[in-house]
Design a protein. Sequence first.
Length: 177
Amino acid sequence: MAADRSAAELERFLAERADHLLHTAVLLSGSREAGEDLLQTAVERLLRRWRRFDGDPEGYLRRTLCNLVTDGYRRAGRWRQKERLLRTEVLQTQDATGDVDLRDALVRLLLQLPVRQRAVLVLRYWEQLTDAETAAILGCPEGTVKSAGSRGLMRLRELASDWNDAAAVCGRNGQRS
């Protein structure tokens, strides 16, 4: 049985890892506001069992974030699969804000992926976890992580190709010809 943990221990953990976990939540949810809400919900779940919690709190929070995103996606219904949440816009990266625009476009492309593929790509490439660690967090076999990652990367390439094709059609000022 786990020894009672102090509130100070939780505060220290959150002070050290909250920013990193927030970045993960933002990538999983698609916006800063939704990511903050997602992380807050996950921390609330951890807080309810903190005194008797015996394990890795960061792993628990990552898994909770992924589960909350998956559950939210399921609750939204099938219509959400057909609707594009955010439309990618063709932006030229000629100034300092170009990197921000490119990152925004990548997040928009990530949001077009199914939840499982998005979760695998975020955990594997943003969090830099191994296949085994990702499988443990998502509660699935390593083979599922590998296939979801492969399909996710292939779909991202297709979406990015469409985006690049649209960029070639645009004129210098970013307007379609």
